[in-house]
Design a protein. Structure first.
Length: 94
């Protein structure tokens, strides 16, 4: 449950741990499924990350620069990036 994890989404957890492939998959499926907003913010300090952090903030704080770049690119052009990632991962949408 998100509330048990201080409002951390799966995207935030993947960014924290540096799971690049999982971040790619989440962004890919966000094109055709409702995924919590990547700008969702944590509600409390947790695992050394300050309250109010989103997935990009978490990736920056953990020095996960490949994920930071991916999330920034995605935030500026969601549809195209999601399609590119799905193609790269060979995942077909709906």
């Amino acid at each position: 449950m998100l509330s048990e994890n201080h409002n951390w989404s799966p995207l935030m957890r993947a960014a924290f741990h540096g799971y690049t492939e999982i971040v790619k998959r989440i962004l890919c499926v966000s094109e055709w499924r409702r995924i919590p907003d990547m700008m969702q913010k944590s509600t409390k300090d947790y695992l050394g990350i300050k309250a109010g952090s989103n997935a990009i903030d978490i990736a920056k704080q953990r020095n996960q620069m490949e994920i930071v770049e991916m999330l920034q690119e995605y935030s500026s052009n969601q549809g195209e990036i999601a399609k590119k990632l799905c193609k790269e991962l060979n995942i077909k949408g709906k």
